[in-house]
Design a protein around this ligand. Structure first.
Ligand code: 3NM
Ligand code: MG
Length: 515
């Protein structure tokens, strides 16, 4: 087996602890996993006595040799040498790479764990054969991990390697499983270099059917992230987006998609009415347990952080995973994100737990989502410090980092998919004087992304034009005298625009101000 053509696509790291292996036989579990598609195996046992570890490695090597899959030993160069397996995997605190190389020779496969660009470049320069990048997400399998770097951290490392022309296979590790694999691969991808594989422990080792588990993971890896942001129409300009808007509003009208809202107490009723007005079918369920069933009805999810409780957060995460699992869209509204430490932590937790197709917030919220040293917000109201150019850049940077669509609301709204940025200057100041208008915009967006299965930026733009122009028309009505009378008129106009559009009456759309 030449080390030049090792396949790192599905890299299995073993774990002999009772919590994961139970009373099963390690060699048997690994054999099943290889039958399912595991392409590379690392024996990792931090507590076994040396004699026992060598015996185990020998037995395991027989299995891996039979299937022509390389076996690497975690940390223990001596054990690898003793059993004559294909190589080792070393961490930053283990034996130095150059020393391990001297002991094992040029043909051994030596991989290194890295969590920074510097460590990655150093390992590559010293002749590592592959990199294990992590820790992506906090995981109970390894509680002493030093740095949780998320998908953005992995992508920074891959991008740097790619840009500087360093060719080295790379996998990532930490908390990967069936529900997040596709979007992790998608979000880790940089234009210069992507992942060559993923490394897992519990997703396969703890499975009652390791063969099936490996098979499904491998399929997900090869399938790619088909349901995520589709940038296929990157040529679309502002006029193009306006032209696409009626078809998207009609799609909502015709298909009546489900808009599943996990939202705060203040806006539940308003959000449900807005969903109906734009032609969606609202379901207001804050119980994460029923999310998987709700996904079967099609539709999309809004996670609104308006009233954050530990219990609520847990439910949000369950629902997020359920939607990600089936590739249905999720809109995240980080209400009041910067206001308290609890909310800042909640944002981080939600961002790490899944893929958010659209993130929508005001300036302060988007700043906080972008970096935790965002501004201290007062309540959930917005306050502005950035000029339009800075806002556009922030929205684009966040969308680029998350590989999704980001919306920043304000007098002028900004929207980006990471490549394009548009501003919308429709709307009315009454929107800022009524509570929950931002939240219900999330609901309107969720309806559009559920009904329009293509580019989520197109869908988001359509929902925003529908919403902002309805506000403009409502505010101008003679029966509207202020924010109180504005609300029912606004719901009327959302409804009217939808009905007019379904009859190809597009006069309202001439008001669109998109740049
Ligand atoms: N190394 P699971 S994280 C063995 O970051 C290991 O270097 C890590 O387990 C690192 O797939 C990890 O069950 C455990 O989350 C990964
Ligand atoms: Mg180690």
């Amino acid at each position: 087996m030449s080390k030049k053509n090792v396949d790192f696509t599905l890299y299995l790291v073993t774990d002999s602890t009772p919590a994961i292996l139970g009373d099963r036989n390690l060699c048997h579990v690994v054999e099943e996993a290889i039958k399912g598609g595991v392409t590379c195996v690392q024996l990792r046992d931090k507590t076994a006595d040396t004699g026992h570890l060598i015996a185990l490695a020998r037995a395991l090597h027989k299995v891996t040799q039979h299937y022509r899959v390389p076996l690497l030993i975690n940390d223990r160069v001596d054990v690898a040498l003793a059993v004559g397996c294909e190589g080792v995997h070393i961490g930053q605190d283990d034996m130095e790479l150059s020393l391990a190389r001297r002991i094992l020779g040029p043909d051994a496969i030596i991989g290194v764990t890295v969590s920074t660009v510097e460590q990655a470049m150093h390992a590559a320069e010293c002749g590592a054969d592959y990199l294990g990048i992590g820790t992506v997400y906090a995981t109970p399998t390894k509680t002493n991990t030093k740095s949780i770097i998320g998908t953005a951290g992995v992508r920074d490392i891959l991008a740097h390697l790619g840009k500087t022309g360093v060719k080295i296979p790379a996998v990532c590790i930490g908390g990967l499983n069936e529900s997040n694999l596709q979007r992790v691969v998608f979000q880790c991808h940089s234009p210069w270099k992507g992942l060559d594989g993923v490394a897992v422990v519990s997703a396969v080792m703890a499975s009652q059917n390791p063969e099936n588990a490996a098979d499904r993971l491998l399929r997900l890896f090869h399938q790619g992230a088909v349901n995520f942001v589709d940038c296929s129409r990157i040529g679309t300009n502002a006029a193009g987006l306006i032209n696409l808007t009626p078809a998207i509003i009609k799609a909502v009208h015709d298909t009546k998609p489900l808009s599943h809202n996990m939202t705060n107490l203040v806006v539940q009723n308003f959000a449900a009415n807005v969903a109906l007005a734009v032609g969606a079918s609202p379901i207001m369920s804050n119980n994460g347990e029923e999310a998987a069933d709700i996904t079967k009805l099609g539709g999309s999810l809004v996670i609104n952080m308006g009233t954050v409780t530990p219990d609520g957060l847990e439910n949000n995460i369950k629902a997020l995973r359920a939607y990600n699992m089936v590739g249905q869209p999720v809109v995240f509204d980080p209400v009041g994100a910067g206001a308290t430490a609890v909310r800042r932590a909640a944002v981080k937790t939600i961002m790490a737990a899944g893929y958010l197709d659209v993130i929508k917030g005001n300036e302060g919220e988007i700043k906080t989502v972008f970096s935790d040293n965002g501004p201290q917000q007062r309540g959930v109201d917005s306050c502005s410090t950035l000029d339009d150019g800075q806002k556009a850049r922030l929205v684009q940077n966040l969308a680029q980092r998350e590989r999704n669509v980001v919306v920043m609301t304000g007098k002028t709204d900004f929207i980006s998919d990471g490549r394009r940025v548009f501003s919308i200057s429709n709307g009315h100041s009454y929107l800022g004087l009524v509570t929950g208008t931002g939240c219900v915009l999330g609901t309107a967006i969720s309806a559009a992304v559920a009904a329009h299965s293509g580019d989520k930026m197109e869908a988001t733009m359509a929902a925003m034009l529908h919403f902002e122009i309805a506000a403009e028309i409502a505010a101008a009505r003679p029966d509207v005298h202020g924010p109180g009378t504005f609300v029912p008129a606004f719901i009327d106009e959302l409804h009217n625009i939808r009905l007019a559009t379904s009859k190809n009456d597009l006069a309202w759309l001439r008001r669109a101000k998109v740049k």
